[in-house]
Design a protein around this ligand. Structure first.
Ligand code: C2O
Ligand code: CU
Length: 691
C-alpha cells in the first residue's frame, strides 16, 4: 500500500506540474487575447484546468492517505512540508483568481477594452496561478530530489524560500506587464524584440542551471582521505553523549583475536586473477581466492582457533577478507579503512579468531566490494558443532550468485548455471545451506527468490542461528536477503527434490535417489516464508516492550542526486549519504533498539557487522515464534522493523545496505563504541575503498 501511494504521489506531482504550468501560461496571456471571443475561450479553458487540478489534488490526497494508513512516518513530510506549500497558493487562486476568471468566462461580446485587459493582467489575479505553478515545481523536486526527513523545519524553509521569492519576482514582472498591456501604444508594440529578449533570457537561465548542476556534481565528490571516526553527525540514541576517545582510547588494532596459540585450522587464501568456467561453458574473467570462485569452502568446528593468511597476487586490486555474519573481534573484521589497510598487490594479512558461532557464514573482500565480490572474491565459511554434524547428514552449500559478462547476467549456484543433479539415498538427512552472495536479481527489485519443491522442508537456521521448533513448509518460496543465509533441512524422500533460483528456472539443483532421472516441477506460487512467526519456543533476552539504553531510527529514503560526482537514485539514511550519515554511538553492554523505516523505492538488506540482532516487530506486529536473530535483514518499501541487540563486541563496525550498489552510493553508516579509535583512513588518497 505504501508503494502504491508513493508511486502515485510521485506521478501526480508531475501531473500537477503540467496542469499548473499550462494554467500559468494561459493566465499570463489572458490580457493579450485580441477578441472578446478568444478571451472568453481562454478564460473557460483556464477554469477547466483549475477544476482538473482540483481533481488531481484530491487523488493525491488519497495517495498520501494510503501511505499514512501504513504509518504516519511514511508521509508525515508530505503533510508537514509539501501539502501546505501547495495548498496556500491554491487558496490564493480560489480567493483572487477564480471570481475574476468567472467574470471573464461569462463576458459578453463587447470589445476588449483597457479596463478588461488591466483586470486580466492584474498581479493579484495572475500571480497566484503563476506561484502555484512554481509550487508544483517544488512539489516535483520534493517527490524525487529533496525527500525531507525530520525535523522538517529546515526543509520547510528551503522549500518555501523559492516560492516566496517567486511571489516577489512575479509580482514585479506582472506589474510591468500590466503597464504594457494598458499602455496607449500597446497595439503597436513589436513582437520581434520580445522574442529576442525571451531567447536571451532563456539562454541565461540554461547557463545558470548548467553552472549550478556542474557545481553540485563537483562538490558531491568525496574527499581524498577521511576517517571513520571523525563524523560530525553523531547519534546517541537518547543515551548519554560519549566520544570516540581520542588519546587514550582503544585502537581497533588492539581488538584482535588471539595472537598466540597453535591454530586448530589454518588456511591460506591467495587472491589472484583466474578464469572461472561455469557449467554452461561460459568463461568468466574472475577475481578469485586460490584461483577458484566461489573460493575454497572453509569448514571449521565450533571453538576452533582459525587462522587465515591472505596473500594478494592481483596486480591492480587491493583485497581484504570480511567474515560475513561471524561476530569476530573488530580487528579481524576485514573492513578496509576501518579495521585494517587493504592488502595491496604483493602484501599479506593474517586473520585469527575463534569460531564461536555454529552455522552458515560466508567470507568476501571488503575492498571495492561492488566490483570485486561480483567478480568472485567470496566463499563459504561453515562452522560445524563442536561434536560434529548430525550423523549421516549430507550438506550442500549453495551460493546464489550472478555473474556478469559483457552481454549477460548469469544467475547461478556457485559455478552452476545449468541444472545439476546429485544422488542422495532416501532417508538421508539433508541440509541445504543457502547463501545469497549477490544483490537482488537484476530482473527484480525484490530479494532473491528460491523455491524448494518435491518434499516439505524446515528452516533449521537463519543467518547462522538455529531456529527453535521449525515446522514443515510445503513448496515454500524463500526471499533471501543479500548476504543472508537459510539452512533448509529435510529427510530425503523416495522421489527427487529440486532447489531453484526463480531468476534462472533452467538452472538449480536436483537431489534424486539413485537411478531416479525425473525432475520435480517448479512451484513458484507457494507461501512466502516469513520468519516473523516461524517456529516456537526459545527465549528472548529483550522484546518490543523492554526498556533500552539507546534507541535509534534509521529512516531509509532515496533521492535523485549527485554522489561522488555521478547522478544516481541515491539511497539515504536519515537524509544523508556517507560520510554524512549518522554514526550510532554506544557503550559496552548497552541494550540497543534500532527502528528501520524504508520510505524509499527499493528494498534494502541492512547488514550490521559484529553483532546479531533480534527482530522485535515488523509494522507494529510483534515477532512471535522462534527468536529471529539476523545479521542481514531485508527491509522492503513500506516496512518498519524494530530490532534489538546487546552492545557486546567493542569496535568500529560497519552498518550498511548489502545491495552493494547502494553501499557504493553512500548507504553506509557505523556503529561505534565509546573510546574506540581507528588509525585507518579511506578515500582515493588511501589504499582503502570499503564500499
Ligand atoms: Cu557482507 Cu559489510 O558485508
Ligand atoms: Cu539498499
Amino acid at each position: 500500500m505504501f508503494e502504491v501511494g508513493e508511486n502515485a504521489d510521485g506521478i501526480l506531482a508531475g501531473v500537477l506540474f503540467l496542469i499548473w504550468l499550462s494554467a500559468a501560461i494561459l493566465a499570463t496571456r489572458l490580457a493579450w487575447r485580441p477578441t472578446p471571443e478568444a478571451l472568453r475561450k481562454s478564460a473557460r479553458r483556464l477554469l477547466r484546468l483549475l477544476v482538473a487540478a482540483l481533481v488531481v489534488l484530491v487523488v493525491k490526497c488519497v495517495a498520501i492517505g494510503l501511505m499514512l494508513a501504513v504509518d504516519w512516518i511514511f508521509a508525515d513530510n508530505r503533510v508537514i512540508v509539501q501539502m501546505p506549500l501547495l495548498l496556500l497558493p491554491m487558496l490564493a487562486v480560489v480567493i483572487w483568481t477564480v471570481p475574476g476568471l468567472r467574470a471573464l468566462a461569462n463576458r459578453d461580446d463587447a470589445p476588449v477594452d483597457v479596463e478588461t485587459r488591466s483586470a486580466a493582467a492584474d498581479p493579484r489575479f495572475v500571480v497566484p496561478v503563476q506561484v502555484t505553478a512554481v509550487a508544483t515545481v517544488i512539489g516535483v523536486y520534493f517527490a524525487y530530489v529533496s525527500r525531507p526527513v525530520p525535523s522538517y523545519l529546515d526543509d520547510i524553509a528551503t522549500h518555501a524560500a523559492p516560492i516566496l521569492l517567486s511571489v516577489l519576482v512575479l509580482w514585479f514582472w506582472q506589474g510591468r506587464r500590466l503597464r504594457v498591456v494598458t499602455a496607449t501604444d500597446f497595439a503597436r508594440r513589436g513582437r520581434r524584440a520580445s522574442a529576442l529578449r525571451a531567447t536571451a533570457q532563456a539562454a541565461v537561465v540554461v547557463l545558470v542551471v548548467a553552472a549550478g548542476i556542474t557545481y553540485v556534481a563537483q562538490s558531491s565528490r568525496l574527499p581524498d582521505r577521511m576517517s571513520m571516526t571523525s563524523h560530525d553527525n553523531v547519534d546517541y540514541g537518547g543515551g548519554p553523549s560519549i566520544g570516540h576517545g581520542g588519546h587514550g582510547g582503544t585502537s581497533v588494532d588492539e581488538l584482535r583475536g588471539p595472537q598466540t596459540g597453535k591454530p586448530n585450522k589454518a588456511f591460506t587464501l591467495t587472491a589472484k586473477n583466474a578464469t572461472v568456467r561455469l557449467s554452461s561453458g561460459t568463461e568468466i574473467k574472475a577475481l578469485t581466492y586460490n584461483g577458484q570462485s566461489p573460493g575454497p569452502e572453509l569448514r571449521v568446528r565450533e571453538g576452533d582457533l582459525v587462522e587465515v593468511t591472505l596473500h594478494n597476487e592481483i596486480p591492480d586490486e587491493n583485497v581484504t577478507i570480511h567474515w560475513h555474519g561471524l561476530d569476530v573481534p573488530n580487528g579481524e573484521d576485514g573492513v578496509a579503512g576501518a579495521t585494517q589497510n587493504a592488502v595491496e598487490p604483493g602484501g599479506s594479512f593474517t586473520y585469527r579468531f575463534i569460531a564461536e558461532q555454529v552455522g552458515t557464514f560466508w567470507y568476501h573482500t571488503h575492498q571495492n566490494p561492488l566490483e570485486a565480490i561480483r567478480r568472485g572474491l567470496f566463499g563459504a565459511l561453515i562452522v560445524e558443532p563442536r561434536d560434529g554434524p548430525p550423523p549421516g547428514e549430507r550438506d550442500f552449500v549453495v551460493q546464489a550468485h550472478e555473474w556478469r559478462t559483457p552481454d549477460d547476467n548469469i544467475v547461478s549456484f556457485g559455478t552452476s548455471d545449468t541444472l545439476q543433479r546429485q544422488e542422495v539415498a532416501p532417508g538421508t538427512p539433508v541440509r541445504l545451506r543457502l547463501i545469497n552472495t549477490d544483490n537482488n536479481p537484476s530482473t527484480d527489485s525484490r530479494p532473491r527468490a528460491l523455491t524448494v519443491n518435491g518434499t516439505p522442508v524446515r528452516v533449521a537456521a537463519i543467518d547462522g542461528v538455529d531456529v527453535n521448533g521449525p515446522t514443515p513448509l510445503t513448496d515454500p518460496r524463500f526471499g533471501l536477503a543479500t548476504g543472508g543465509r537459510y539452512d533448509v533441512t529435510f529427510t530425503m524422500p523416495a522421489g527427487p527434490v529440486r532447489l531453484t533460483d526463480l531468476a534462472n528456472r533452467d538452472g538449480g539443483l536436483v537431489l534424486a535417489p539413485p537411478g531416479d532421472t525425473s525432475t520435480p516441477k517448479i512451484v513458484d506460487d507457494g507461501d512466502h516464508f516469513d520468519p516473523l512467526s516461524y517456529g516456537s519456543g526459545g527465549s528472548r533476552p529483550f522484546d518490543a516492550g523492554s526498556s533500552y539504553d539507546r534507541s535509534f531510527t534509521q529512516l531509509l529514503d532515496d533521492r535523485l542526486s549527485f554522489y561522488n560526482g555521478g547522478l544516481h537514485l541515491v539511497p539515504i539514511i536519515n537524509g544523508h549519504s556517507f560520510p554524512d550519515t549518522p554514526t550510532l554511538m554506544v557503550r559496552m553492554d548497552d541494550v540497543v533498539k534500532v527502528r528501520i523505516v524504508n520510505r524509499s523505492h527499493q528494498n534494502h538488506p541492512m547488514h550490521l557487522h559484529g553483532h546479531h540482532a533480534l527482530v522485535l516487530s515488523r509494522n507494529g506486529v510483534r515477532a512471535t515464534g522462534s527468536p529471529w536473530w539476523i545479521d542481514s535483514l531485508d527491509v522492503i518499501p513500506g516496512e518498519i522493523y524494530e530490532i534489538g541487540f546487546k552492545a557486546d563486541n567493542p569496535g568500529l563496525w560497519m552498518d550498511h545496505c548489502h545491495n552493494l550498489d547502494h553501499a557504493a552510493n553512500g548507504m553506509v553508516m557505523h556503529l561505534a563504541y565509546e573510546g574506540v579509535t581507528s588509525p585507518y583512513e579511506l578515500g582515493r588518497g588511501t589504499p582503502n575503498q570499503p564500499e
